[in-house]
Design a protein around this ligand. Structure first.
Ligand SMILES: *Cc1c(COP(=O)(O)O)cnc(C)c1O
Length: 411
């Protein structure tokens, strides 16, 4: 093994699932809104009106991308805030301490919103997943109670890339809700956290059958701390932030005009290149998985094949994101591997970026049945629009020696 000073420092970023660089085109459309068109959209003068036009145009562009109406888009400061608004906003909209359902593998922003509600007396259910990370649909259906008000299931998982059958759940829920309305029960609302899915999957909210959908900019080559919540017409939410009544009184505060403009551009760009990027990145993923699995004692988390072979025209057969690879290297610590790779200028992540500072094993890897030791031996490699095959080839070249060293085996 080369001493640190002799190691070639590449600049290989394989952590696109934690965040992405801002696309130069996105930056360009944001630029005028910092110092030239700096107005407050709530102001009635010329500068204010210009800013208002800009955010309303962004709103309509976003609505177009997801087959919604402009009035159904609420701008927020990112994925976490959108999710908090959806979950807490539905729960607190009724005066009762109702019941809410989610899955065991959600992002912390969902899980911790649910846990916060529990401490206030709300009832919750966390539905388990199978060994590939697919939500147990039978269990989901059985966990519905008369007092259930929300089901929140993520579109694609941030750690292992598994894609949930959102449209299928949406269809089932529609039937359930018709029955419930006849019985005089409240309609169950359906939220999906789509933060990882936005760049790669169909975001058509009508097809998905969702009432609420959380999206952020920082995962799609847009600015950080930008995002939106899709709120279907007729769905009422209790705000989490009070103030001047912006965003139809659901989310007060002066709008992040450059951020909103950038978010809309970022969403348009990723949705435009979605199909071709799925092909290109999907092939890179296939290559990298095949190479990694050639190494001894390496286990893949999530599904290897991105598409379900049975092609039912109706349902979406995509089962995994094209850019996510999560592997366990048995007999070593994922964190040590991540740091070694960093010393070569290769950026990867253990489990998810948000968990990286905690020493707990990943709740996602535990939920798919990995042991605690295995869960701590995992790394996530996430690809993106600037990933080149040569970068992956370099990784594969240097990886065996690092793995041998960390496992304490002489090569
Ligand atoms: C990143 C992410 C979030 C949080 O988004 P922020 O913009 O960082 O607040 C939520 N859910 C998923 C699935 C994510 O990947």
């Amino acid at each position: 093994m080369l001493p640190i000073s002799k190691r070639l420092k590449k600049n290989i970023y394989l952590d696109y699932a934690s965040t992405t660089p801002v696309d130069p085109e996105v930056k360009k459309v944001m630029d005028p809104f910092f110092s030239l068109q700096f107005g407050n959209p709530s102001s009635l003068h010329k500068q204010g009106r210009e800013a208002k036009v800009a955010i309303e145009s962004a709103r309509n562009k976003i609505a177009n991308c997801i087959n919604a109406k402009g009035s159904e888009i609420v701008f927020t400061a990112g994925g976490t805030e959108s999710v908090n608004l959806a979950v807490l906003g539905v729960a607190k909209n009724s005066l009762k301490k109702d019941h809410l359902i989610t899955s065991a593998i959600e992002h912390d922003c969902v899980l911790n919103s649910f846990k916060a509600l529990e401490t206030e007396g709300y009832k919750t259910s966390f539905v388990s997943v199978d060994k590939n990370g697919f939500v147990n649909l039978e269990e989901l259906k059985k966990s519905v109670r008369p007092e259930t008000v929300l089901i929140s299931i993520m579109y694609a998982n941030n750690e292992i890339g598994t894609v949930q059958p959102i449209a299928e759940i949406g269809k089932w829920l529609k039937i359930i809700n018709t029955e419930r309305l006849k019985k005089g029960l409240t309609r169950i609302l359906f939220h999906t956290d789509a933060c990882q899915a936005t760049g790669y999957l169909d975001m058509n909210v009508q097809k998905l059958g969702v009432d609420l959908m959380s999206v952020n900019g920082s995962k799609i080559y847009g600015p950080k701390q930008t995002g939106f919540l899709y709120v279907k017409s007729g769905v009422n939410l209790k705000p989490n932030i009070y103030g001047g009544g912006q965003e139809k009184e659901i989310r007060s505060g002066t709008e992040n005009v450059p951020g909103i403009v950038g978010l809309a551009k970022a969403l348009e760009l990723v949705q435009l290149t979605r199909e071709s990027e799925n092909q290109r990145i999907g092939k890179l993923r296939q290559y990298l998985i095949a190479e990694l699995l050639k190494m001894p004692n390496v286990l893949l988390n999530g599904v290897e094949s991105r598409e379900l072979k049975v092609n039912t025209k109706e349902s979406n057969n995509i089962r995994s994101l094209p850019n996510n690879i999560n592997v366990i290297f048995e007999g070593l610590e994922g964190e040590a591997l991540m740091l070694y790779l960093d010393s070569y200028g290769i950026s990867v992540s253990t489990a998810s970026a948000c968990n990286a500072t905690k020493n707990d094993p990943s709740h996602v890897l535990m939920a798919i049945g990995r042991t605690e030791t295995q869960a701590k031996s995992g790394i996530r490699l996430s690809l993106g629009k600037y990933t080149k095959k040569s970068e992956l080839e370099y990784l594969i070249k240097i990886l065996p020696e690092i793995v041998f060293t960390l496992r304490g085996i002489k090569k």
